[in-house]
Design a protein around this ligand. Structure first.
Ligand code: FAD
Length: 454
């Protein structure tokens, strides 16, 4: 029997990061991964989508003449694009394997199953642990009523099949994954329709920002049907709640992901789950077994790789008495074209919750760098409370994913917009919009027409 101080089940962004961090802090760690290190994020999530979206963005760029440059002919080889994506994924997953091993982590490849409150089996091997952390992630929700073999597929299928280009596809679900897939498929020549049962796509994001993405999808030829649900699916045909019937080659189900505890047999360790099969944890990620923690997507919390990693680092910090990261402020990015990045609360939330607030706004169209880049479609927004402390921000446009970072730091450190505006931003950069938007809160944005005094 193998003994382990700390056993981690699942090698995704929660599990592998935790194994390395725990090892750095002197724990003897065993990491068990059933498939490939990197989990959903590196293999079938964040990285493959971003690789394909980078190609999508490039293709859209070729179609749009810029500053006197036109491209008269180009070809798109989706097999080559997918093979580049596979190369990126393989490089990263083998890099993670190397990192895990060089940090002295005992890596086991196989499926972990609990057999008692302090033991698991991996194939024939039994591992006894002092503490364990479950980080087994999530899986696509595929409602039985929507499943038709060879017709309904999930995001993983799209990310693994270059031959989807040129097909007629219906995407059920206009959330983050649905929208990202819509851009990928549309750019590769597919005909795409999104059906969303709520009143808008990306319903949790800032409404002004979402409008840019909606317009972008529509201008590229993606049909968006909101406030409409799917009534029935038969191979080749989808019947909608507005009685419209749509004929498509494939139907992509992008209605969310659910916690994955398949075959884990956690109940043998006294670990309780909730209604959505999520592992129930307290605020320190402890399960109903005091020696077992759970973290990441399997707990049914925010499904983001960086959040999973940070929460895991907090557990390890608590176990070793070291400095824990702040996990209260979670930036999020939708990698649509243009991207939306946000942190903290939205303007709509601030209004709904009756929070006294002010909003600063600045348009990409007024940024010298954005003009020079021909990237004038976009908006930066900051929301501050009555003491001027930053409580939310949203950015839509080029480099939104990077522009959200200073706002995240501001919220985490309790900074005021006047403090964010009190440092020098290099010129010309898109980051100057952070200065402008924070000054706009006080009616003092230099590059904004008109005067506003609050
Ligand atoms: P996972 O990454 O799911 O890892 C769990 C691991 O556990 C897997 O490797 C699995 O094989 C293993 N495992 C499961 N059961 C067992 C067992 N019994 N024994 C051993 N091993 C087991 N997030 C972002 O932050 N940014 C993005 O841009 C982004 N894009 C996404 C795009 C798509 C299409 C998808 C599907 C997800 C995306 N996400 C994104 C979400 C992100 O991938 C997840 O939030 C993140 O991977 C969760 O990390 P985790 O470690 O909790 O679980």
């Amino acid at each position: 029997m193998t003994q382990s101080d700390l056993l981690i089940i699942g090698g995704g962004p929660a599990g592998y990061v935790g194994a390395i961090r725990a090892s750095q802090l002197g724990l003897k760690v065993c990491l068990v991964e059933e498939k490939k290190l990197g989990g959903t994020c590196l293999n079938i999530g964040c990285i493959p989508t971003k690789s394909l979206l980078s190609s999508a963005s490039y293709i859209y760029g070729l179609k749009t003449p810029k500053a006197g440059v036109t491209v008269s002919s180009y070809s798109v080889d989706t097999k080559a694009i997918y093979s580049f994506k596979d190369g990126v994924v393989n490089k990263l997953t083998s890099g993670v394997e190397n990192l895990v091993k060089t940090h002295g982590v005992d890596l086991k490849i196989g499926k972990a199953k609990f057999i008692s409150n302090n033991q698991i089996s991996v194939g024939e091997e039994i591992i006894e642990f002092k503490k364990a952390i479950i980080a087994t992630g999530s899986k696509s929700i595929m409602p039985k009523s929507l499943y038709v073999d060879g017709f309904t597929v999930d995001s993983t299928f799209i990310l693994e099949h270059p031959e989807m280009s040129g097909k007629n596809v219906l995407i059920i679900g206009g959330g983050v994954i649905g929208c990202e897939l819509a851009f990928i498929l549309n750019s590769f020549g597919s005909t795409v329709t999104i059906v969303e049962k709520l009143k808008a796509i990306l319903p949790t994001e800032d409404k002004d920002c979402v409008r840019y993405v909606e317009n972008s999808l529509k201008n590229k030829g993606v049909k968006i049907l909101t406030d409409i649900s799917v009534e029935k699916i038969e191979k080749g045909t989808v019947l909608l709640s507005n009685s419209e019937s749509i004929n498509v080659d494939y139907c992509v189900i992008a209605v969310g992901r659910m916690p994955n505890t398949d075959g884990l047999e956690q109940i043998k360790a006294g670990v309780n789950t909730g209604e959505r099969k999520e592992i129930l944890v307290d605020k320190n990620f402890k399960t109903s077994n005091p020696n077992i923690f759970a973290v990441g997507d399997v707990t049914g919390s925010i499904q983001l790789a960086h959040y999973a990693s940070a929460c895991m680092c907090k557990i390890i910090a608590n176990l070793t008495g070291s400095l824990a990261p702040n996990i209260d402020v979670v930036p999020r990015v939708t990698y649509s074209i243009p991207e939306i990045a946000s942190v903290g609360i939205t303007e709509t939330q601030a209004k709904a919750e009756g929070i006294e607030h002010k909003v600063g706004r600045f348009s990409y169209a007024a940024s010298g760098k954005a003009m020079a880049m021909e990237e004038t479609e976009g908006l930066v927004k900051v929301i501050v409370d009555k003491e001027d402390k930053v409580i939310g921000a949203a950015v839509v446009g080029a480099d939104a994913d990077n522009l959200i970072v200073p706002f995240t730091i501001a919220i985490a450190l309790g900074l005021k917009s006047s403090q964010l505006a009190s440092v020098i931003y290099p010129h010309p950069t898109l980051s100057e919009m952070i200065l402008e938007v924070c000054e706009d809160v006080h009616g003092k944005a230099i590059h904004k027409a008109g005067r506003r005094r609050n």
